[in-house]
Write a protein that binds this ligand. Sequence first.
Ligand code: BJW
Ligand code: ZN
Length: 244
Amino acid sequence: MNISHKLRSLLQNTESICVLTGAGISAESGVETFRGSNGLWSKLKPEELANFDAFMRNPELVWEWYNYRKEIIHHVKPNPAHFALARLQEMVKDFTLVTQNVDNLHRRAGSTNVLELHGNIERSYCIGCGKFVANVEVSLENKVPHCQSCNGIIRPDIVWFGEMLPEGVFEAATEAADRCELFLTIGTSAVVYPAANLPITARKHGAYVVEINLERTEISHTVHETLLGKAGEILPQLLKIKEE
Ligand code: BJW
Ligand code: ZN
């Protein structure tokens, strides 16, 4: 693969990197992406599942969908791309990992302080009192979990369309994008905002922005370089340069 002199030199010298990941980084682990011909939303309509009104209309269906995905996520493992980022964190003083993913694979690969923009599939909370619940039990008789304190409906801790991102998380990600020297945007179609603003913000503040994706995306024209290929193959190569 063709890695520019600029990227090579930044990898070797910079102490400030910010990374944004999307569903594509988990694709090689066996987690389906959202968009694209094989994506989740080629079969299911996001507007029927990924917003609060849809949940209230049919919480049973939405819970069924999340339980199905949870099951898949439990059985998959982090891939070389997740592991390369966990290793990179150990080598760079100011390293921030921002993810749109809800699958926990970064943490399972050893990354710490991951900024999760869109929540986490392992967590849920009560829409009545806001209390967080770690392990939600659903059964055939109890398809929609209810809160033990107030009997409110429990929902997955996932940020749906039209909802605010968790307090402080996007702000911390923006700060990291503002101050980094190298910004990597990996496996994301970059169509969902405000996440897709991060590479743009980084570039405005002087960072060198590199995209890693199977194909060109909405933001390819605003980044400095697009490395076309699998994250699980490209990231270990970048790590090797850093380790040289
Ligand atoms: C590989 C690979 C390999 C594959 N290697 N690469 C009009 C204009 C602008 C904004 C808006 C608008 N109308 C509405 C909005 C706002 C809206 C938005 O952005 N909509 C756009 C889609 C138009 N955003 C929001 O609503 C956000 N909140 C917000 O703005 O709050 C303020 C507000 C409040 C009140 C009212 C209005 C505003 C919240 C967004 C929440 C997104 N949530 C989801 C949840 C899904 C549910 C679930 O998980 O169950 O998060 S949507 C979904 O998309 C998910 C993802 O995190 C997110 C991003 O997807 P991602 O990760 O990029 O995946 P894909 O599938 O799209 O792409 C995968 C990529 O990987 C592809 O490019 C492949 O090529 C690549 N790839 N294999 C490398 N091996
Ligand atoms: Zn409650």
